[in-house]
Ligand binder design. Structure first.
Ligand code: UD1
Length: 377
């Protein structure tokens, strides 16, 4: 029986941990899962509602770190996570993605000598000004098992000197959640409520520091989206970081007159329903690039690079950066194309990634027991 601590911190972690927890509960003779929430995201819309929809239990421990500078947030997670690990004595800790909580918990495990698995390992944007890139590189360096979503991630890890036996290509865990919840999401009434059901519309999400922490950049983007909103409705669920920037930079009037449909962050099923029916998606998120690829929805990534090149390879994702001309010309070209694009799904994005990860953990345990009994004989 393996005791596993599963860590969530921010919104995009929740849909990655949910399939793992569900699979561990199904395989109860092999696994005892515990859920630890660092509290990096704390708004109901960013956390509580997601936990319920994705059928996660109440966390076994809630560290309630909240927002702070990167150093303070990372340090607070480390300080509060260490006693949980010491108390629970898990066989493995699993961290997912690239948020500050991921790195903080990884460091705690490395220092305590507790085995660590990193789910969604090996992604690289090669832009070290992104906090997420630092979190990815460092977490991968200290993880004992690295679960990759695509082959390019394996190549990145090998280039960084990670021993091949630690790297497991298992596919994309987020797609497990998507596949499971798509039928339920179809029942959502969000498109009707927003008055866009059966119409062409775009969905916009924006929260990267590089796009929203600088007034000029954010203003230029809002003005660009305003031109797009003249052509079709643009639904904009606003991340708390972005809402704060809009207010702090005095851009509320600019956004009001842009024609963008600003709404609160959506729950998982509503958001899935909304983007799965969109004509196109504009985003700086990582996960949405992958979800749109799986569904065959055109996606424009509002960043200079992507750590998920497979989404570009599959033909759904175009990396356009923050240049107004490039964004507009790509959007208008996409709108002039026929709606249906042929869908190509990357290998192992099949809804079965959680079980492959669990199998790898069991296999690692067997190997360890074998080595221990062999060296003891
Ligand atoms: C974090 C992750 C990012 C991920 C994103 C998804 C890091 C470095 N970044 O970015 O990789 O894509 O989450 O959402 O870990 N806030 C609230 N309520 C909340 C959460 C945040 O109001 O529930 C506000 C706070 O004012 C905070 C700001 O949003 O200062 C940013 O939150 P933070 O967790 O630091 O980073 P995100 O931008 O959300």
């Amino acid at each position: 029986m393996l005791k596993i601590l599963n860590v969530i911190g921010a919104r995009p972690n929740i849909m990655k941990v949910a399939p793992l927890m569900t699979a561990m509960k199904r395989r109860e003779r092999e696994f005892t899962p515990l859920l630890i929430h660092t509290g990096q995201h704390y708004d109901a819309a960013m956390s509580g509602a997601f936990l319920r929809e994705l059928e996660l239990p109440a966390p076994d421990a809630h560290l309630e770190v909240g927002s702070a500078s990167h150093a303070a947030q990372t340090a607070a997670v480390m300080q509060r996570f260490e006693p949980v690990v010491l108390r629970e004595q898990p066989d493995w800790v699993l961290v997912v993605g690239d948020v500050n909580s991921t790195l903080a918990c990884a460091l705690v495990c490395a220092k305590l000598g507790v085995r660590l698995g990193h789910v969604e390992a090996g992604l690289r944007s090669r832009d070290r000004s992104m906090p997420e890139e630092i979190n990815r590189i460092l977490t991968d360096q200290v993880a004992d098992l690295l679960f990759t979503p695509s082959r390019d991630a394996n190549d990145n890890l090998l280039r960084e000197g990670i021993p091949p036996e630690r790297i497991k290509f298992v596919g994309n865990i987020m797609i497990d959640s998507l596949v499971k919840h798509l039928p339920q999401a179809k029942q959502s009434k969000i498109a009707d409520e927003l008055g866009v059901a059966g119409r062409d519309y775009a969905v916009l999400t924006l929260h990267r520091p590089s796009n929203v922490d600088n007034r000029e950049t954010l203003l230029r983007l809002v003005q660009t989206f305003a031109e797009i909103a003249q052509r079709l409705p643009v639904i904009f669920p606003v991340h708390p970081r972005t809402r704060k920037s809009i207010a702090d930079f005095g851009l509320n009037d600019e956004v009001d007159k842009s024609g963008l449909r600003m709404i609160e962050p959506l729950a998982y099923l509503d958001f899935l329903k909304l983007y799965s029916g969109a004509r196109l998606v504009l985003t700086d998120s990582g996960g949405i690039q992958e979800e749109t690829t799986f569904l065959g929805i055109p996606c424009l990534t509002l960043r200079e690079e992507t750590e998920r090149p497979i989404t570009v390879e599959m033909g759904t994702n175009i990396v356009v950066g923050a240049d107004p001309q490039k964004i507009k010309s790509t959007v208008f070209a996409a709108l002039d194309q026929p709606r249906a694009t042929p869908k190509r799904v990357p290998p192992l994005w099949d809804g079965k990634t959680a079980d492959r990860i669990l199998d790898a953990l069991v296999h690692a345990e067997h190997k360890l027991q074998f080595v221990e009994s062999w060296s003891g004989s």
